[in-house]
Design a protein around this ligand. Structure first.
Ligand code: NAP
Length: 522
């Protein structure tokens, strides 16, 4: 049965006009929901957030805002099993895929609830200590961070309808800023159900949270300088939105998390059978198949010492051969479909472009368990090999947003770091090595072009959260191609929703405000 998603604006559930966009079950191709925002008054939705939600959240202490996050996390945890079913029906998620998305959402809310509690009764932050200007200390300054007085507009990608939404809400709410969430239409069912449960639990102040399901319509025509737009999606859409006249005229805050051709490097010191070699092979295969490769952080390029190319190829082919593609309702299935047929076409087109520079090692044959391969949006895990990565361009530029990765050789550490940088700026790189010097050189060599570098040796192989998993305590974002944005990173994640100001004045007045604010060390 298909459900019709509603929009939650100005503290009311409203239906949009018209038939709406169709959301499908990517396993069968059947319709599961419809979504439309036609006729929804975006201007008054934003005004309501600014006039009602903002003042209510700003009046709360950090500890009170943190309690809200924690209570929202509890609501999500209580409904976890139902969300897993929805993630399977509308995203084709396996249980592991759904765990990353659903538990990632509640876990991030809980994490920010815990660190926010520690900020206590303050309502604003102090950035550093008092600054004096000369011998006489009567005139001094302090840097404060206050919440912006607009709405946090969250435009999200289809691959994480839970985590992608709640990680942003957590930071905005803790900063004291109301949210209007716009999930990607294709998978909005899960976001809709979660927000519906949170609203139903009656824990939020009026005006704090709004949701639109379907097109953004004329939303951006109504933003102003007080708002903060956090976008996740393709680089092309980010470019269009950040150059919207209202965004440009108002110098509206705009954070972009976009596509990224991430890499993983196997160290020169490794050999077949060494712990780091095996961990690398496991991670590349896992990154290709978890969420059917639809993670912005997934390993798209696997860089291998030239002498190890054949050994890695063989080990990866063997590992990928154990992948069971099909209906995630079947417990033997380890990889579901991609999100819909459009996305399947996009991935197959991208593989076609990669093939101009790389050969397919495995992925031409597709066996599907428990579902019709054509009715569903299935793709075989596809491993390519490019033996001349220095002379290639597509393998560094084309993001096949599915179960796809390209192996490529390098001949020196410097070449490996330069090839990783050829992605034009990425969210994450990982390095598998037992050699401390190689590890340190990698971090410094990759630092300028990456937001996160994961360094793996045997000691942390089992403890590691993995190449593609974004943890709330670490910064998420990357330069250039990856959008140039930054999210999360503990309290660093609040900065986007805060205005930093220098207060200058009489020492006593400066100290009074400085004492009332909570000092943070980020
Ligand atoms: P997308 O097509 O760029 O869409 C992203 C969001 O933008 C969706 O909510 C979409 O809404 C919305 N949108 C599109 N046109 C718009 C407009 N004119 N005004 C306002 N909103 C608009 O990206 P996607 O296909 O959903 O996501 C896949 C991409 O996201 C991949 O390239 C992936 O790498 C990237 N991604 C990056 C991260 C990260 O953290 N860096 C995380 C996840 C995904 P509709 O759905 O209604 O069109």
């Amino acid at each position: 049965m298909s459900v019709r998603l509603q929009n939650y604006v100005s503290d009311k559930w409203v239906d949009g006009d018209g038939d709406g966009a169709v959301l499908i079950n990517p396993v069968t191709g059947a319709e599961v929901a419809r979504a439309t925002t036609d006729g929804v008054d975006m201007e008054s939705a934003l005004r309501h957030g600014r006039m009602v939600g903002g003042p209510a959240l700003r009046a709360m202490t950090f500890a009170e805002r943190a309690a809200l996050l924690s209570a929202m996390g509890d609501v999500l945890i209580a409904n976890r099993d139902r969300y897993f079913d929805i993630a399977r029906e509308n995203s084709g998620n396996t249980k592991i895929d759904a765990t990353i998305d659903v538990d990632g959402g509640s876990g991030t809310l809980k994490y920010y609830g815990a660190i926010g509690k520690g900020l206590g009764d303050a309502t604003v932050m102090r950035d550093g200590g008092l600054e004096r200007f000369g011998k006489d200390d009567t005139f001094q300054a302090v840097h404060l961070r206050v919440p912006v007085e607009g709405v946090a507009i969250h435009i999200n990608a289809f691959n994480f309808p839970s985590w992608g939404m709640w990680e942003k809400v957590a930071c905005a709410f803790l900063a004291g800023v109301p949210v209007l969430a716009k999930p990607a239409t294709a998978t909005a069912l899960l976001s809709h159900e979660m927000i519906s449960d949170v609203v139903g639990a009656n824990i939020l102040p009026a005006g704090a949270l709004s949701l639109i399901c379907g097109s953004a319509g004329d939303l951006l025509d109504h933003v102003d300088r007080r708002d903060a737009i956090a976008f996740t999606g393709s680089a092309e859409t980010a470019r269009r939105l950040r150059t919207h006249p209202r965004v440009v005229e108002g110098a509206v805050r705009f954070n972009a998390e976009t596509d990224s051709v991430n890499s993983s490097i196997l160290g020169e010191d490794t050999s077949p059978g060494s712990p780091e070699f095996d961990l690398f092979v496991r991670e590349v295969a896992r990154e290709m198949t978890v969420k059917s490769g639809q993670k912005c952080t997934a390993i798209r390029r696997a860089l291998v010492p030239v002498a190890l190319m054949d050994a890695v190829t063989e080990a990866l082919v063997a590992r990928l051969g154990r992948t069971v593609v099909g209906d995630p309702a079947d417990e033997n299935v380890t990889m579901g479909p991609v999100v819909d047929h459009t996305q399947r076409r996009n991935v197959l087109d991208a593989i076609g472009r990669l093939k101009a520079e790389a050969q397919v090692i495995t992925g031409d044959a597709l066996d599907v368990v428990g579902a019709d391969a054509e009715a569903g949006a299935f793709i075989a895990p596809t491993l390519l090999r490019c033996d001349d990565p220095e002379g290639a361009t597509a393998v560094h530029e084309v993001e096949a947003f599915g179960p796809v990765s390209t192996l490529m050789p390098y001949t020196s550490a410097e070449e490996a770091f330069a090839l990783a940088g050829a992605g034009g700026g990425s969210l994450v790189a990982s390095v598998f090595t037992a050699n401390d010097l190689f590890a340190q050189n990698a971090v410094l060599g990759l630092g300028d072009s990456h937001g996160r570098v994961l360094v793996i040796d045997e000691a942390v192989g089992k403890l590691s959260t993995g190449h593609g998993i974004v943890m709330p305590m670490c910064v998420h974002g990357g330069p250039g191609r990856a959008g140039g944005g930054e999210e999360l990173g503990g309290l660093r994640g609040l900065r986007f929703y805060q205005q930093r100001l220098a207060m200058q004045g009489n020492k006593d007045r400066v100290m009074a405000l400085a004492d009332a604010a909570v000092e943070i060390a980020v």
